[in-house]
Design a protein around this ligand. Structure first.
Ligand code: ATP
Ligand code: MG
Length: 444
């Protein structure tokens, strides 16, 4: 891709309306464009990153046996009246009337819709467990939308739902999602800590929020630092190993403020291990048993001939919020350098030829390198503008491809001036560069 041909409207300075670095960067490099309060268009650069995040989320859902569906954004109020949440949800729900005067709504979440699908399709314990998910836009009329897409009104979410025959089986499903979340965030190169959380309007009795540390986060957290040293993402999908894995996390005190109890915190966590800080909620999982299945009559036949309501859980990941969360975690806004994790980078590598008016040889060379990289499934962007070198580098540092090749005096013959952002420049052959990037890609 040539920079001159791409739709990447870069601003010279940080826009003043943005208060946190993710919002600043996203507006600065034209990843998003506000349409109205809390509602955004996604421009090519932002959309590419979000789609890559979505694909990782999807792969990790599939790995635990969850099946992808797609439910609509617009739902009927009927099912929400059955569950009792039509009134309870309050002003955050965007209510709409169709031309027949029927009450509809823009879905803020999908427990009702998925329960309705389940109850009209499956009737026997033999079909269980079922893990279903979709990745779809949600709307919540947040009272204070802010920080760009971090707290939007319209946002993109992966939400999954589990259906099981008993509490024990349902906890097994819960633990599968717990593991898949650890794996997902690791592939996004984020350290997300599971914290015991309140169940809020979703209801129920077991819940974890997955939180990444950030000063600009809106969740206050209280934790035992040692939880950061855990690494369980390679646990097997077997019942006992999953239970052990969750226990390993739960042995350390780690909660959000709704669950915080000072006395307990100080009793179980020694002073040097206490950490009180802020974070961003990127995922949230709930177990709520038969809360919806009972209200909506979703039951299955049991082996002995009796019937029982299915036991359900729900599992969300903020796909659009993750774009901002990764920036919060990775952007050095003092030096204005973004380095996207290779797994979600909009481009793997930036090619920066030093172009003179009368000499296009550096650009020609860049185009040849581009072709060779493309054959090897490495996505690159060429800055083909005639700006000076330092402003070119400045731009590429904001776009945030993790690698750069400078094509100028020093990239002579076969050796190219190659740089991984934040590391020393090296002189490497193109073959070696391709090998380095491929190796890095495969490790993810
Ligand atoms: P929050 O506490 O941040 O308001 P929530 O607890 O209401 O979030 P859930 O219902 O648990 O959100 O939704 C699942 C995930 O969707 C959250 O973990 C978060 O990553 C994301 N999310 C929720 N609300 C928003 C929003 N307004 N904008 C962007 N992402 C959101
Ligand atoms: Mg939540």
């Amino acid at each position: 891709m040539l920079l001159s041909q791409s739709f990447i409207p870069i601003l010279k300075n940080n826009p003043s309306e943005a208060k946190i670095k993710s919002h600043q960067l996203m507006l600065r490099v034209g990843m998003i464009k506000q349409a109205s309060a809390g509602i955004y268009s996604w421009l090519p650069l932002g959309f590419k990153v979000m789609k890559k995040i979505e694909e990782i989320v999807r792969q990790e859902q599939n790995k635990i046996g969850a099946q992808e569906i797609l439910m609509p954004t617009i739902q009927s109020s009927e099912i929400w009246k059955e569950s009792g949440r039509y009134e309870d949800y309050g002003e955050e729900m965007l209510r709409i009337k169709d031309r027949q005067n029927r009450e509809m709504l823009y879905g803020p979440t999908n427990e009702e819709q998925v329960t309705e699908i389940f109850r009209s399709s499956l009737k026997s314990y033999k079909s269980l467990p079922q893990l279903l998910y979709h990745i779809q836009w949600k709307f919540r009329d947040e009272i204070r939308p802010r920080f760009g897409i971090m707290r939007g009104r319209e946002f993109y979410m992966k939400d999954a739902y589990s259906f099981d025959v008993s509490d024990e089986e349902a906890l097994y499903s819960y633990n599968k999602f717990f593991l898949s979340y650890l794996r997902t965030f690791k592939r996004l190169s984020l350290t997300a800590i599971p914290m015991a959380a309140d169940t809020g309007p979703i209801g129920g009795n077991l819940s974890h929020e997955f939180i990444i540390l950030a000063d600009t986060g809106e969740s206050k957290i209280f934790t035992d630092k040692r939880i950061f040293d855990l690494n369980s993402n390679d646990t097997e999908l077997e019942k006992n190993s999953l239970q052990q894995m969750r226990k390993k996390y739960e042995q350390y005190y780690s909660v959000t403020d709704e669950k915080f109890n000072k006395e307990e915190f100080e009793k179980v966590v020694s002073e040097e291990n206490r950490l009180i800080t802020k974070g961003i909620e990127v995922g949230h999982i709930f177990y709520f048993g038969d809360k919806y299945s009972k209200a909506m009559g979703a039951s299955v036949d049991l082996p002995g001939g009796k019937k029982d309501f299915v036991k359900m859980g729900s599992y969300g990941i903020g796909v659009s919020r993750l774009v901002g969360a990764i920036i919060e975690a990775k952007y050095d806004n003092k030096n204005e350098i973004m380095k996207w994790p290779l797994s979600v980078a909009p481009y793997d590598i930036a090619l920066v030829p030093m172009i003179n008016k009368n000499d296009t040889s550096a650009l020609d060379k860049a185009i040849n390198i581009f072709k060779e990289l493309t054959i090897n499934n490495i996505e690159s962007i060429i800055d083909d503008t005639e700006e000076n070198f330092s402003s070119k580098i400045k731009k590429m540092n904001l776009i945030g491809a993790p690698y750069q090749i400078i094509i100028g005096k020093k990239s002579d013959g076969d050796l190219l001036e190659f740089k991984e952002i934040g590391k020393e420049t090296q002189n490497l052959s193109l073959t070696k560069i391709i090998e380095t990037i491929k190796k890095q890609k495969n490790s993810n």
